[in-house]
Design a protein around this ligand. Structure first.
Ligand code: NAD
Ligand code: 44H
Length: 387
């Protein structure tokens, strides 16, 4: 049987990518650092996915042929890398650097054992995640193994879309159970594969990946983050609850339209089709069967304020074409106000704003120069939202 190694047995790992791999005939080995997940994977060797929607065709999907290993156990991991025909990740962009050392060791071992093609796909909300992972691996790979990696190891980037919220399996439920929306989209960069393309049900291939990644990140994740930060400020707990607030809904919609106008100019998307794409996403956010925590959606605000990420990325793109971006700037201001003591990045952000001042943080983190029009506008929105 074919083996797939997937890093991260979390929401997207179990609820999306691992499930597609298992459905396509792979034995899926999940590598994670959480003991209870690994133990449960090895004990039950299967889990259930609940589809959170009105009358889904298949309300519960049973996923089998799975097992778990510890990502911080070099022997287990090396053996799994050696066996794998494909490797995927869904660990969060910041963890890619952490797993890169083990992947480098595994790639060197594959060379020693005369193994051929392998593709590694990082399924994270980040433009160029697999390429970034490759760069991190290169830092640990001996020079004499680099040619082997160039020849035999592909790093196709991808866009990954399915809302997988926190899920409560109930008092006697299985820790592996996961609830997902019915919709899913996994688009992978075809030219970057090395060797034969793997056949995975539900994986779509494209040769224009950047457009799809930006379409998803700057629309869905942009609207999601805007809802989360504005919602958190007003004390709402979930995305659907926040969107029932008309003033939040209209800002979220307007921010997605601003990013949409920029995306259509940049990538030539049809405006009418893109409008439908936005409406479909708004309806996905409103799905009453999904109770998605605003703290999950707003997690790691410093990452989300990055220059190529969901808020600043579309604002810069709008600027490139001289298009409006007032609502995107308001979303950036709401993100800067995110004050959640359980989120380490929120704590750091707050401390930095207190010690350096908002303008300096805007320049360092977001890239808006002190005194620039954008910086002044964010400052004004920040003070208005704070009041
Ligand atoms: N949940 C969603 O709706 C969704 C949708 C699309 C994309 N994503 C992206 O998928 C990625 C994962 O998100 P998630 O929601 O599944 O998060 P999650 O927190 O549910 O899962 C991440 C998993 O990675 C594990 N992990 C942490 N460090 C690790 C390490 N060193 N080695 C192996 N595993 C490690 C964690 O223990 C956890 O189980 C993120 O990049 C996210 O942006 C999430
Ligand atoms: O995972 P993050 O932190 O990058 O973003 C939070 C959510 O917006 C995200 O997980 C969405 O649910 C997902 O991207 C839907 O495909």
């Amino acid at each position: 049987m074919k083996t797939a190694l997937h890093f991260g047995a979390g929401n997207i790992g179990r609820g999306f990518i691992g499930a597609l791999l298992s459905d396509s005939g792979y034995h899926v080995v999940f590598a994670d650092v959480v003991e209870k997940l690994i133990n449960a994977l090895n004990e039950y060797k299967s889990y259930n996915i609940t589809i959170l929607d009105v009358a889904p065709d298949e309300p519960i999907k049973h996923i089998s042929n799975v097992s778990g290993i510890f990502s911080n156990n070099p022997e287990q991991l090396n053996a799994a890398i050696l066996d794998a025909e494909i490797i995927t990740t869904a660990v969060g962009p910041n963890v890619l650097r952490i797993i890169s050392r083990s992947l480098a060791a595994g790639i060197s071992e594959r060379k020693k054992q005369g193994k051929e093609y392998l593709n590694i796909i990082a399924c994270e909300n980040m433009t160029g995640a697999s390429g970034h992972l490759r760069d991190e691996i290169l830092k640990h790979l001996p020079e004499e193994d680099q040619e082997y990696m160039d020849t035999y190891v592909g790093f196709p980037n991808c866009a990954v879309d399915r809302i997988v919220p926190p899920f409560n399996p109930g008092p006697n439920g299985n820790v592996l159970s996961v609830g997902v929306e019915a919709f899913f989209e996994w688009i992978v960069e075809e030219p970057a594969f090395k060797g034969p393309r793997p056949e995975i049900k539900g994986m779509k291939l494209t040769d224009n990946l950047v457009a799809y990644v930006q379409r998803k990140l700057f629309t869905l994740n942009c609207g999601h983050a805007t809802t989360a930060y504005l919602g958190y400020l007003k004390g709402y707990k979930t995305v659907d609850e926040a969107l029932k607030d008309k003033s939040i809904e209209s800002t979220v919609h307007a921010a997605m339209k601003e990013s949409g106008a920029a995306l259509c100019k940049k990538h030539g998307f049809d405006e009418e089709e893109h409008g439908k794409y936005i409406e479909k996403i708004m309806n996905r956010f409103r799905n009453p069967y999904i109770k998605d925590d605003v703290a999950r959606v707003g997690r790691e605000p410093l990452r989300k304020l990055g220059p190529a990420d969901r808020l600043v990325g579309p604002a810069k793109m709008a600027d490139e074409f001289g298009l409006p971006k007032d609502n995107l700037l308001k979303a950036i201001a709401a993100c800067l106000l995110y004050d959640n003591k359980d989120d380490p990045q929120s704590v750091t952000l707050k401390k930095d704003i207190e010690s350096k001042g908002l303008e300096e943080v805007l320049e360092d983190v977001v890239g808006f120069k002190k005194g620039s029009k954008e910086s002044r506008q964010v400052l004004q929105a920040y003070n208005e939202l704070k009041a």
